[in-house]
Design a protein. Structure first.
Length: 359
């Protein structure tokens, strides 16, 4: 008769007694998602009580969800580079760079809406891949390279708009762009059943990005290799993972998602201009870090990025309706980011201690 082998440190109690069953606890990331969901719903209800106009479906909730959809893609663009322990300080300029190509395609090449979007995504992926290649070839920190890329694109995009347009903006609107901007799911009906007037049709891009990245990180080998590269690059290299190519892939995806966000922002405003993406930096970190993505790499939360961005969007819109000025609003958001970074540090320390105790 064989004796079952128990994990080290297991307390079996008195002889013959049944070992106590460990208490079931939800993982930290599950608790965090639930907490974010409760905060989003609770704050939305609070703002609705304080300012009933907050619950207006067409005038407030529809543009709020549209903005959240765009900024969620921005957060995902930051999340994919954070997954490998890098960061992308040029996420806003990459958005403007990609949108420039879409606007040029519509204004000068008379491209239909889908082809302009495809050109936008290709441009974003190309500039992201270039950034990742520079980082891997030079060994320079992603902070330095993406900061330099941010300044380079700031000048390049401005020069191209000045050279190619008269009013520093492409104003041609292809067929379908106005509908994509203003239509909601209420305009899609199957018989007598129609969708919600709160959800914009543009949110379909966000859903596709969420599903795609969720599948990548949860179900594919490449996704696991990206996370392993971020968690421990040296160990990943020794395990045979092509870390250089994975870093380039992460930055390529970041550029592609940034360009998608730039396209969505341009659709939301109705124009393609150089200033697109100027305010993407803070939301990109807020959404991803609040959602549970570690700055040190190795841990991501795709759904958490959506919830984190939703929380920031609800706070921004609610305080705006309550008459809080832009300066005060930025102070509040900065405090939220500081708290999120502190929580990120706490999660890192807790995870390290768990590893130490298990060894």
């Amino acid at each position: 008769m064989t004796t079952p082998v128990l994990p080290p440190g297991t307390d079996t109690g008195p002889a013959g007694a049944t070992p106590p069953r460990p208490a079931h606890r939800l993982p930290f990331w599950v608790n965090q998602r639930l907490g974010l969901l409760v905060l989003v719903v609770g704050l939305a209800a609070l703002f609705g009580v304080l300012q009933p106009a907050f619950l207006d479906a067409r005038l407030v909730l529809f543009p709020l969800v549209r903005d959240v959809s765009t900024l969620t893609v921005v957060a995902l663009a930051q999340m994919v580079v954070l997954s490998v322990g890098h960061m992308n300080l040029a996420v806003g300029r990459m958005a403007a760079f990609g949108a420039l190509f879409a606007g040029f395609g519509y204004d000068r090449l008379d491209l239909p809406l889908p082809l302009g979007l495809l050109l936008c995504l290709l441009a974003g992926a190309a500039i992201g891949a270039l950034t990742g290649w520079i980082i891997t070839r030079t060994g320079v920190s992603s902070f330095v390279v993406t900061l330099a890329m941010d300044f380079a694109l700031l000048g390049l995009v401005s020069l191209l708009y000045s050279a190619l347009t008269e009013n520093a903006a492409f104003t041609s609107r292809p067929s379908g762009l106005a509908e994509l901007r203003s239509y909601s799911l209420a305009d899609i009906c199957v018989g007598p059943v129609c969708g919600s007037p709160v959800i914009p049709q543009m949110a379909q891009f966000t859903v596709l990005a969420l599903v795609g990245l969720g599948f990548l990180y949860a179900r594919t080998r490449i996704g696991r290799e990206l996370l392993l590269t971020g968690a421990n690059p040296a160990a990943a290299e020794l395990s045979g993972i092509p870390t250089g190519r994975r870093l380039i892939l992460a930055h390529t995806l970041s550029g592609l998602l940034a360009a998608l966000a730039g396209f969505m922002a341009a659709v939301g405003t109705g124009t393609f201009r150089a200033s697109l993406g100027d305010d993407f930096m803070l939301p990109s970190f807020l959404g991803s870090v609040l959602g549970g993505t570690l700055l040190t790499g190795g841990v991501v939360s795709v759904l958490g990025a959506l919830l984190g961005t939703s929380l920031v969007g609800v706070i921004r819109k609610g305080l705006d309706l309550l008459g809080v000025g832009l300066e005060s609003l930025n102070i509040y958001l900065g405090c939220v980011l500081l708290l999120a970074l502190s929580a990120d540090r706490v999660r890192t320390v807790v995870a390290h201690r768990k590893v130490v105790r298990s060894t």
